[in-house]
Write a protein that binds this ligand. Structure first.
Ligand code: AMP
Length: 248
């Protein structure tokens, strides 16, 4: 079985986010970029499937500009067999991404597509669901455990107040939650090995799908700064201050 893993290049989760002065978006120049953390988990799961003999090939795919090759090199260093960059300089939205991934899936015919549950830059949490719907494949979102059987895969999902286990027939789309696994560290020999692994660059236009944005960001602003706290000596003083503030 071939597995495709979608990996997005996003602002590193430790970087300080700065909004552009005109409020039109987030500043991305001179900011550390990395692979979306949930995608690293999705990739780790695909690699474990290959190590267990469930998968025969793992392909990492990123959609974005030339620089998205960074995250594909990281994916290759983690252990992906090959990588595909669907090149586009446009700011794409989940529906456009899902349509491009569907076109790729129709060419590559994977048994499974793994994605992160959400990209931490836009927090959309839409692409996996849209992709499964477009392909008319089974979907298991927020997966925290996968168990493969002859006819399919059971997916344990993290839902409000508990866990739900679904059985999916393959091919399927699965999105990873935080507790699915802990991604491996990349070793130096694997970074060197990754240099000789192939990255295929496919222009988004060649997939002939309509990726025109359907929504537009009107305004982006940071949350108001938190006011400094006040240290109190004891509970009585705390109650007094809360009464003064008319909170209780
Ligand atoms: P989102 O729906 O934007 O929160 O993204 C959910 C998941 O879709 C991400 O964790 C990635 O696995 C995948 N994805 C979204 N955008 C891209 C992209 N530009 N390139 C590759 N994968 C993406």
């Amino acid at each position: 079985m071939k597995i495709i893993v979608a990996v997005k290049r996003v602002i590193d989760y430790k970087a300080i986010i700065r909004v552009k002065p005109d409020g039109s978006g987030v500043e991305t120049s001179n900011v550390k970029m990395s692979m979306n953390p949930f995608d690293e988990i999705a990739l780790e799961e695909a690699l474990r499937c290959k190590e267990k003999g469930i998968a025969t090939e793992v392909i990492a795919v990123s959609i974005g500009n030339e620089q998205s090759q960074d995250v594909l090199r990281t994916a290759l260093a983690m252990g992906a067999d090959s990588a595909i960059l669907i090149k586009s300089d446009e700011a794409l939205q989940p529906l456009g991404i899902a349509k491009l991934l569907r076109a790729l899936a129709e060419q590559e015919k994977p048994g499974l597509i793994l994605l992160g549950k959400q990209a931490i830059d836009t927090d959309d949490n839409q692409t996996g669901q849209m992709l499964a719907a477009l392909l008319k494949w089974a979907q298991g979102t927020f997966a925290s455990q996968l168990n493969f059987h002859d006819q399919g895969v059971s997916v344990t999902r993290e839902i409000d107040g508990g866990l739900e286990t679904l059985f999916l027939t393959l091919p399927a789309v699965i999105t990873s939650d935080l507790r699915l696994n802990e991604p491996r560290y990349i070793t130096l020999p694997n970074i060197m090995k990754a240099k000789s692994k192939p990255i295929t660059i496919t222009p988004a236009e060649s997939l002939q799908v309509d990726i025109k944005p359907t929504t537009q960001i009107l305004q982006l602003e940071l949350p108001p700064k938190r006011r400094a706290g006040q240290r109190v000596e004891n509970a009585t003083q705390l109650v007094h201050l809360l009464q003064e503030a008319q909170v209780i």
